[in-house]
Design a protein around this ligand. Structure first.
Ligand SMILES: [Zn+2]
Length: 276
């Protein structure tokens, strides 16, 4: 059921091409005739959610923002991660205009420059990710892959938080050396398990040299835990290349203090992306 008030009030602010080209979604997003996705400006509610410090580290806030501003994506959890930054930049452009401020320290004089980067220019660099999505291992197993999803990305963030907590807990002076060892071991295994399950999630099917194609997630995960590091790394490289957002973040900077010119990259940090 669509609300006629909302339909009349909210119109797309712009259209954006996706690095995934709309592939790898369970439910392909509705696109324009030019194959682009409609982006709407943020609502007051979206702004509140996105301005909460670290809100976007929380998966739910990201899912909510995408549902609201890119409603033609059926389920943001299933969105390939390479589309995330492009959609977020487009939402920012639709809501706050073209310029995004970045802090870059001059390598010559140490001056902290506040430079403006054009989000339009960033988006214009984006091209479709055409990496191969399959690999044949040495023993002739054929693996088909897809990029990580946003849900996977949330798992990855949990993994990072665990890593930080691990480092914190190791410096806890009240722990005995034995307790420290146990805690380290447990967290290490958890992190390894998450890493493997992320790759398993990105495998759509495995075809052994003889026998049937396997698509069951559980069987693939179990198999993945049993393969060699060489094979595992080959698959991981395919998944990581597929997950690349193809945004060219190279930037020619000029220091406002000493006029030094240098090439740098812009660090697009989602955590403070919508702060201003
Ligand atoms: Zn300088």
């Amino acid at each position: 059921m669509t609300n006629p008030l909302i339909q009349a009030y909210r119109k797309p602010a712009l259209y954006v091409a996706l690095p995934s080209g709309g592939k790898y979604y369970n439910e392909k997003p509705k696109m324009s005739v030019d194959g682009e996705l409609a982006i709407y400006s943020m609502t007051a509610r979206d702004e509140l959610i996105s301005k909460t410090p670290d809100a976007l580290f929380n998966g739910e806030a990201t899912f909510s923002l995408i549902s609201s501003c890119a409603p033609d994506i059926g389920d943001p959890r299933e969105m390939p991660v390479n589309d995330l930054m492009v959609v977020l930049i487009a939402i920012r452009l639709a809501s706050y205009g073209d310029s995004i401020g970045v802090d870059i320290r001059c390598p010559e004089c140490d001056h902290l420059n506040q430079l403006a980067v054009s989000t339009n220019a960033l988006l214009s660099t984006v091209s479709e990710n055409t990496s191969v999505d399959n690999v044949t291992l040495k023993n002739d197993f054929k693996i088909s892959c897809k990029p990580y999803t946003l849900a996977d990305r949330t798992l990855l963030q949990i993994q990072r938080i665990k890593q930080t907590k691990l480092i914190d807990s190791l410096s806890d002076a009240t722990l005995t050396e034995e307790e420290r060892q146990v805690r380290f071991g447990e967290t290490f295994i958890e992190i390894a398990d998450i890493t493997v399950s992320l790759i398993a999630n990105a495998i759509t099917q495995v075809k052994p040299p003889e026998g049937e194609i396997v698509q069951e997630a559980e069987l693939i995960l179990e198999w993945l835990k049993s393969i060699t590091k060489t094979d595992y790394d080959q698959i991981r490289t395919i998944v990581e290349d597929l997950s690349d957002n193809n945004i060219d973040t190279n930037f020619d900077a000029t220091c406002q203090s000493c006029e030094h010119n240098w090439k740098t990259t812009i660090d697009l940090d989602i955590a403070n992306f919508f702060a201003g």
